[in-house]
Design a protein around this ligand. Sequence first.
Ligand code: ZN
Length: 272
Amino acid sequence: MPELPEVETTRRSLEPLVVGRTIESVEVRCANLRRPLDEDFAARLAGRRLLATARRAKYLIFELDAPESLIVHLGMSGRLIHRPPPVVEPLKHDHVLVALDDDSLMVFHDPRRFGLVALVDTDDCDLLRGIGPEPFDRDLFHGAYLAALGRKTVRTIKDVLMDQRVVAGLGNIYVNEVLFACGIRPRRRLARMTRAECDGVVAQSRVILADAIEHRGSSVSDFLDGVGRRGGYQWKHQVYDREGQPCPRCATPIKAVVIAQRSSFYCPKCQR
Ligand SMILES: [Zn+2]
């Protein structure tokens, strides 16, 4: 599933190609996504100019010359792809085609259809309401914030970091990598972490996410950016999806355990 670095990579790859363009027409080939598209979606989007791109948590936001913005969530397998002219026949799983005024297309493609495309008022939208701070927001996401949360929850640090209401954009790949960098086991309770460990988790989250963005995300489960390029951060994973392989620090085989239906990967020697 695309996480913050993959969504940000998609945004950065599309921004120079779509900002300033006007949407000529929209074709909805399948409206039955995670949330069904409004019947007038195509009519409301056509004719609008794309003013800017943004990201909030794992949502891509396209600001329009309209009160509403186009919002896209990639779900499990979604991609937002820019296709330059000449226009080719739509592919299987191309669900929404946005034709731009330079004859290019921006296509929402999603085999598993857990993704979402919608026109919303971003200041008053149930999808964005209640999402926690961005990991790079130093005013809101800090060690004291995590430590305070630890005083009122029995949840594990893995569970807490995966929760979009606590911090936005982290998912299974990057939580595993952050906890390895910090020497903390995924099943440790947040309440059992010291303040210094909370500070470390916050600091490593920023370091690892920034590095992953720099490497244009992780291409696991076939992630490609908006122009079809693979990411490079999968080659830097220390523990994620490396069960049985040697820990990069101590050579102990990496362990995998399933927590809340998601696999956690850790080094039993380096992580406590
Ligand atoms: Zn180790």
